[in-house]
Each structure stands twice: as C-alpha cells, then as structure tokens.
Design a protein around this ligand. Structure first.
Ligand code: C2E
Ligand code: MG
Ligand code: MG
Ligand code: MG
Length: 284
C-alpha cells in the first residue's frame, strides 16, 4: 500500500498518519525530521448562490502532497483508501480540518450576509456504513465548537441507494445533529425515485457530466431541469456541479437551479486563497 509507505514523517497528533502508525502498531519512524508533517491538505471550492451571485460556502476536497508527484488528486487514492479502511481516519481528519477552517473564517468575520458560511465535507461509503461515525462526527463538532448548521455532508447517490433502510437510519441520525445532507453525483447512480422522499436530504448535487454536456445534447438540460423540479417538489435544493462556462451558468439560472459549483467560478483553492476570495466577496 503506497499510502502506508508514506507513514514516515512526523505523525502529527490526530493526523491520519498517527492513526496509520497506531493501526500498524509501528514504532514512530526515525525519519521524524521529514519536512512533511501531514502528507494531506484540504482545498476548498466555492459554492455560489445563483440568485445573489455570492459565495455561500465551500466543498472541502482532500489532496495528497506527494514529495515527488506534487499535489495528487483524490481520484488517484480515495478508492484505495476506501479499500484499506484508511479512509476512516483520513475522512475524520478532513472533517476536523474543515471544521477548524470554519472557525477561522468565522473569527475573521468572513461569513457572507446573514446566513452562515457552510463547508460541505465528503463522507465515504465506508464511513457512512460505520455506525461509530455518528459519535465521531459529533465529537469533532464539539471539540472544534462548530455549529452543525455550518456543516454539510456529501454522500454519493450510489452509497445512499445501496442499502436504503440503513441509509435512511444513518441519514436521520446526522440530520438530528443539525447537519445539512447532500446527495453527491446525483444522476449517475440508480436512484429509486420512489425512495428519495424517504431520505432527510437537503440538497441534490447534479453530477457534472450532465452540466458539462449541456451544449452537446439538449436533453441534458432537460434532465437537469427535471431534477430541479423533482427537488423542489420534495423540498430539496439543487447544486449544479461542474459549471465551466457563462452559458452553463445562464442556463442553470434560467431553470431555477439554486446553487452552482465549478471552474467558471473557481477551481478548488488552498485555505489562504479561499480566504482571499472571501475577502474579495465576488459576485457572479
Ligand atoms: P466530488 O465530491 O464530486 O467533488 C467534485 C470534483 O469535481 C472535485 O474533484 C472538483 O475539483 C471537480 N470539479 C469541480 N468543478 C469542476 C469543473 O468545473 N470541471 C471539472 N472538470 N471538474 C470540476 P477532486 O477534488 O479531484 O475530487 C474528486 C472526488 O474525490 C470527489 O468528487 C470526491 O468524490 C472524492 N473526494 C475528494 N475529497 C474527499 C474526501 O475528503 N473524502 C472522500 N471520501 N472523498 C473525497
Ligand atoms: Mg462531493
Ligand atoms: Mg460531487
Ligand atoms: Mg461529481
């Protein structure tokens, strides 16, 4: 497991690396002077309210700082972390980092308008299946002092649909904590539409494959329009993922989609750049 080979540098307390060391029952490596304290970092991609044109929050996206390969995309290691179970401590670390970032932004008074800035964190299938996750999430909120209303969790459509009964129970526990719940990559799984209303979901994130191919095939716009209508009738809101052009933004606005996320607004940014963006408070 390449990710384990990497458990060499200083394992910062409560970093995924210290958890890896613990699990492997490995003594702390002598290479503790390695410059990387934690080989992961969190990037933040803005999510924009299409009505006001302002940033309402961010999605937290993990990156692996590889000494030779540079910034490695989660596409290249999330599946492996999921297989090995390392996704659990890694996911918790991302949650913890994101919550600490929320507190930093709040202390800088960088919330927008009167609604609080929210950060959406991805919850892996494995974390979602572990009942202990509830307590762990609760604990992170408590320790960081984050108001649950500032946190959203994203769970992919396929994970939610895999075991509907268990998913519904897990989602209601999270909902009871006051956390906002999003179905990620909506439209790519096999949602049983008759099931959807049974889940306490706040937001559907339409997969970017629909948004990015709108120009190519007229029916993709109709699919997104139908999702927006479906969401509305179920009391949910919609985020269009992967908005890359002004035309796509205009189309999303025209069909009444509430939020947008994508390179047209901004790529995912490190915390400093995300803070700078908040200070500029851009309007689209
Ligand atoms: P996702 O949750 O659907 O996140 C959106 C992905 O789309 C991100 O890729 C983002 O950079 C990318 N994206 C956003 N806007 C655009 C756009 O306009 N065009 C294009 N082409 N791409 C866009 P990223 O950061 O590489 O993450 C990939 C996936 O890895 C995420 O998809 C998510 O499923 C997973 N992931 C990332 N961070 C975490 C994490 O902390 N935990 C877990 N469990 N999964 C994570
Ligand atoms: Mg996501
Ligand atoms: Mg997504
Ligand atoms: Mg996606």
């Amino acid at each position: 497991y390449p990710i384990v080979d990497f458990a060499c540098g200083t394992a910062a307390e409560n970093s995924p690396m210290s958890e890896i060391d613990r699990r492997l029952d490995r003594p702390k490596s002598p290479l503790t002077t390695l410059k990387l304290e934690c080989p992961f970092t969190v990037y933040y991609q803005p999510i924009v309210c299409l009505k006001s044109g302002s940033v309402i929050g961010f999605e937290a996206l993990v990156r692996w700082l590889h000494p030779e390969r540079g910034l490695v995309s989660p596409m290249e290691f999330i599946a492996m972390a999921e297989e090995t179970g390392l996704i659990t401590p890694l996911g918790l670390w991302v949650l913890n980092e994101s919550c600490r970032q929320i507190i930093k932004w709040q202390s800088l008074n960088l919330s927008v308008g009167n609604s609080p800035l929210t950060v959406a964190v991805n919850l892996s299938g494995r974390q979602f299946a572990e009942p202990e996750s509830i307590e762990q999430i609760k604990q992170v909120l408590l320790e960081t002092g984050v108001d649950a209303r500032c946190l959203k969790l994203e769970i992919t459509e396929s994970v939610v649909m895999e075991d509907g009964e268990a998913a519904a129970a897990m989602l209601s526990h999270l909902r009871d904590l006051g956390i906002g719940l999003c179905i990620d990559d909506f439209g790519t799984g096999y949602s049983s539409l008759s099931y959807l209303h049974k889940f306490p979901i706040n937001i559907l994130k339409v997969d970017r494959s629909f948004v990015s191919r709108i120009g190519e095939r007229g029916e993709n716009l109709e699919i997104v329009r139908a999702i927006v209508m479906l969401a509305r009738s179920l009391g949910m809101e919609v985020v269009a993922e992967g908005v890359e052009t002004a035309t796509q933004l205009a189309q999303m606005r025209a069909i009444g989609c509430e939020y947008g996320q994508g390179y047209f607004f901004s790529k995912p940014l490190d915390s400093e750049a995300a803070t700078a963006l908040l200070r500029r408070s851009p309007k689209w």
